[in-house]
Ligand binder design. Structure first.
Ligand code: PEP
Ligand code: MN
Length: 337
């Protein structure tokens, strides 16, 4: 349930109303927008008598939220959420580009790639230190050493780092070292992990599960937000379908759908969606055209010898050319790079 406050209501009256709503057994989520002041009710609202709230002269109207996600719902927060990562903004009018290798392999590799993607205009560096691989015999990442190398690359370039967490016991280290904590597709419904990252205030990049519906995806965001962390960035990275030519099927329609239903920023991962380096440019352009707030792109300086996902990684020169195209598209979409 969403309570829309009448314009020009004093803060004192709003506080009284909040107390009253809380006394009905709900928690109150307040959003002060440019045009609307809103109190969203979270919890069991089934026993609340709407007439009792509507009778309050400071209440303009009540809206009923049908969806099971509340804090992630656009009705709770009509304006776009903008996540601040070391003073770089994701969401709203901003187009954010995250680039880097699938996994961190050594210092020269991550620093070289970081320097080149920065030159081309990327605002964030990606790189996996802990890798969720289908086979236990595949390269599992450099782990802690990978985090240290990412920090060196950040120090040299100033690019904030985005990297994946796999288990709760690494959380303290991630809070200290990392700028955006990525929760990968395979962990989208690891509810304990979601709750724990929800108890921090670090920006979280939440990837859509391999076979998750949009509603399930938003419910996972809700898990994080319900614990208090509202710095959630969603990532569409392709879903499993009957098609086998591409690694996954990029669900482009999910972007406008999510943006309609939720206020959270949504970025697209064209690399894991297509699984093929030559598809990255087309999928990136399509993602921007349907309203994505950014892209996360795998870039490798030697894809043929990459430890992981070389076949879907583009070389720095190709990334550079793609960034030139992205800059043109940003203008058409009225976005700032
Ligand atoms: C990744 O970004 O490195 C990754 C493993 O992606 P996903 O979780 O989408 O498969
Ligand atoms: Mn990868």
């Amino acid at each position: 349930m969403v309570v829309v406050i009448r314009r020009h209501t004093s803060q004192e009256e709003i506080e009284k109303l909040k107390k009253k709503l809380e006394s009905l057994g709900c928690s109150v989520h307040e959003t002060v927008g440019e045009n609307r002041h809103i109190l969203g009710l979270v919890g069991d609202t089934s026993k609340i008598d709407p007439g009792q709230i509507e009778a309050n002269r400071n209440v303009e109207k009540l809206l009923y939220v049908q969806e099971p996600y509340k804090k992630a719902n656009r009705l709770f927060h009509p304006e776009d959420t903008v996540v601040n990562v070391r003073d770089r903004l994701i969401g709203g009018k901003n187009l954010s580009i995250i680039a880097g290798p699938c996994s961190v392999e050594n210092e020269a590799q991550i620093v070289d790639i970081a320097e080149s993607v920065k030159k081309s205009g990327a605002q964030f560096l990606r790189g996996g230190a802990f890798k969720p691989r289908t086979s236990p015999y595949s390269f599992q990442g450099l782990k802690q050493e990978g985090l240290e190398l990412l920090k060196i690359a950040r120090e040299k370039t100033g690019l904030p780092i985005v990297t994946e967490i796999m288990s709760v016991d690494m959380l303290e280290k991630f809070i200290e070292d990392v700028d955006v904590i990525q929760v990968g597709a395979r962990n989208m419904q690891n509810f304990d992990l979601l709750k724990e990252v929800g108890r921090t205030n670090k920006p979280v990049l939440l990837k859509r599960g391999l076979s998750a519906t949009i509603e399930e995806f938003l419910m996972s965001a809700e898990y994080i937000m319900a614990e208090g962390n509202e710095n959630v960035i969603l990532c569409e990275r392709g879903i499993r379908t009957f098609e086998t030519f591409t690694r996954n099927t990029l669900d482009l329609s999910a972007i406008p759908v999510i943006k309609k239903m939720s206020h959270l920023p949504v970025i697209v991962d064209p690399s894991h969606a297509g699984g093929l380096w030559w598809l990255v440019e087309s999928l990136s352009k399509a993602a921007i055209a349907v309203g994505a707030d950014g892209l996360i792109i795998e870039v490798h300086n030697d894809p043929a010898n990459a430890m992981c996902d070389g076949n879907q990684s583009i070389k720095p020169e190709r990334f550079h050319n793609l960034m030139e195209t992205i800059k043109q598209l940003a203008k058409i979409e009225n976005k700032e790079l």
